[in-house]
Write a protein that binds this ligand. Structure first.
Ligand SMILES: Nc1ncnc2c1ncn2[C@@H]1O[C@H](COP(=O)(O)OP(=O)(O)OP(=O)(O)O)[C@@H](O)[C@H]1O
Ligand SMILES: [Mg+2]
Length: 265
């Protein structure tokens, strides 16, 4: 079966607020699927529900099995991995200790060779190797995103879910990070990539979904979406490029308290 993730009619509410009303999407194995959409569309909520962090209704099938009732730990054990928007690094620990923690669940499950990935991660991110003894809190934004990705890879995920990996990064670093994400697909990992930077995301994705106010309003191949006039107008113009700092969508629903920040514990 080539389909790794199959979400149908997913609904999530926060009290009276309905954040997702019946979202359906598919991730085929070895592909990158992006979910684009403005602030407050429900992108983070979608990832949280798939990961099991939020209660939801509807069905979530992963690798052929309904995982909707499984706790987060079981989903992690099955190969789901979420890199949240706030990268959730341990600032007082070194780069290497943060990476080792990424394999912690595998070590606890008694998997052999869980620490061997360290070499692979360092090969993919030479910058992290250089900075292995540095405290995570002192890394630059781009390095922190690399560390968050590296730590996720230490868990040997099969479905890697990334929440706005380009957030707050300079355009050149965004390109580096997205190139690395595109390379990860070659290793067989499937990726669900949430982004407001639609141009960058559609540039590496195989397929995409446009989420607006909790609903999928468009879906298709990344090329189809990039060529869609509605997507072009709403998401690929200047307004869609937050690196330019002039996004009008950002003004519609700014959530200034959360944007551009990362939580370092
Ligand atoms: N813990 C919460 N309690 C109440 N409402 C919430 C909570 N988290 C999110 N929401 C609301 O649910 C909706 C979807 O939020 P979500 O964070 O999923 O959007 P998003 O697409 O990730 O936005 P952004 O691009 O700003 O990260 C928003 O209206 C938001 O205000
Ligand atoms: Mg979000």
């Amino acid at each position: 079966m080539s389909r790794l993730l199959e979400v149908d009619d997913l609904r999530v509410r926060y009290g009276k607020v309905h954040a997702l009303h019946g979202v359906s999407l598919r991730v085929e194995r070895g592909t990158i699927v992006t979910v684009i959409g403005p602030n407050g569309a429900g992108k983070t909520t979608l990832l949280g529900a798939v990961m099991g962090l939020l209660a939801s209704s509807g069905t979530i099938r992963y690798d052929g099995a309904d995982i909707g009732a499984l706790p987060v730990e079981s989903r992690v054990a099955a190969g789901l991995c979420l890199v949240p928007e706030r990268r959730e690094l341990f600032g007082e620990l070194t780069v290497e200790d943060n990476l080792r923690l990424g394999a912690f669940q595998r070590v606890r499950r008694g998997e052999r060779g869980a620490a061997n990935e360290l070499g692979e991660v360092y090969a993919r991110f030479p910058r992290l190797k250089e900075r292995r003894a540095q405290l995570a809190a002192t890394l630059s934004g781009g390095e922190r995103q690399m560390l968050a990705l590296g730590r996720a890879l230490m868990a040997k995920p099969r479905l890697l879910m990334l929440d706005e990996p380009s957030l707050g990064l300079a355009p050149r670093i965004v390109r580096d990070i997205l190139r690395i994400i595109a390379e990860l697909r070659e290793t067989g990992v499937s990726i669900l990539l949430v982004e407001q930077n639609a141009r960058a995301a559609l540039g590496i994705a195989d397929r995409g979904y446009v989420l607006e106010t909790g609903e999928v309003v468009l879906s298709g191949s990344a090329a189809e979406l990039a060529g869609n006039p509605r997507v072009a107008e709403s998401y690929l113009g200047l307004a869609g490029d937050r690196d330019q700092g002039t996004g009008d969508r950002a003004q519609k629903n700014p959530k200034p308290e959360t944007r551009g920040q990362e939580r370092v514990k």
